[in-house]
Design a protein. Structure first.
Length: 272
């Protein structure tokens, strides 16, 4: 018996997550997007997989994920409206066998379509699955302090990561793999998707200069928590960067902290 998809764990969780992201000011208007890989069992519990509502051309080669289903936010949709009307603002798509189309299995009921950033999402999913077979989520948002920091800090991965690691102990614990950083690029293109996916081979987080951040994870909570930690550290940085810095976490202390927790951290990011 097909269950009510609006009561599914994945729809409930994405609604709660999107609401929190909007509440925190990370996703103004239609800014930001989320995609979650779904298993065949999850889809079949709530949908008839043979029932395709319509097909939408992808506009890029998605064959690396052919046959895979994703829960995706819609283009032009406001995060603040997702919880009150999931079926309009979200969709479940399956990548066609030839990789050229998205088969809509549910959602986008007003005739809408998937986020314009889907190329980056697909490429990022592919990259992260090669590193972590349990990977499920790609999350993009525009956190205020993180964006502010990209305006005043060099857009270089090692130095950007170090500045965040030095603000509070939590940072090296949460993202010991560091953060990838890109300069400003035109969004929604295959080019920025390729550049982001390339950095995702080494990082779970990638910052787009003067635009936003991409976080990934095995769950919505994990991806959200990564971005949340970066944003908190960026806020601390922006609150103190113009003041004389009297205290910081030294490289020796970062090393001691990481090794006390047996973390696989970027040793090349420390001056030791």
């Amino acid at each position: 018996m097909i269950k009510d998809i609006l009561k599914s764990k994945f729809v409930v969780e994405i609604c709660e997550t999107a609401t929190n992201m909007y509440r925190l000011g990370w996703d103004e208007r239609n800014g930001g997007n989320i995609s979650c890989l779904l298993t065949e069992d999850e889809v079949c519990e709530y949908l008839s997989p043979e029932k395709v509502l319509r097909c939408i051309p992808l506009g890029f080669d998605g064959s690396a994920l052919s046959g895979k289903a994703l829960l995706v936010t819609g283009t032009g949709k406001y995060f603040k409206n997702i919880a009150s009307d999931p079926e309009t603002n979200l969709g479940i798509i399956r990548i066609s066998d030839d990789g050229n189309n998205a088969e809509v299995l549910w959602g986008f009921k007003d005739g809408g379509r998937f986020t314009s950033e889907l190329p980056t999402h697909i490429m990022t999913h592919v990259a992260r699955l090669k590193v972590d077979p349990y990977h499920r989520v790609v999350m993009h948002s525009h956190p205020t302090n993180t964006l502010a920091m990209t305006r005043v800090h060099p857009l270089e991965a090692r130095e950007f990561t170090r500045s965040l690691w030095q603000t509070c102990s939590e940072c090296i614990m949460v993202f010991p793999d560091g953060i990838g950083v890109l300069p400003w690029m035109v969004c929604g293109t295959n080019e920025i998707g390729v550049a982001t996916a390339d950095l995702m081979n080494e990082h779970r987080l990638v910052i787009w200069g003067i635009h936003g951040i991409y976080g990934t994870g095995n769950s919505l909570d994990e991806a959200f928590g990564l971005i949340e930690t970066v944003e908190k550290a960026a806020q601390l940085y922006m609150l103190t960067a113009h003041l004389p810095i009297l205290n910081t976490i030294t490289d020796d202390e970062l090393k001691a902290l990481a090794e006390s927790l047996s973390l696989d951290y970027r040793k090349d990011y420390l001056n030791i």
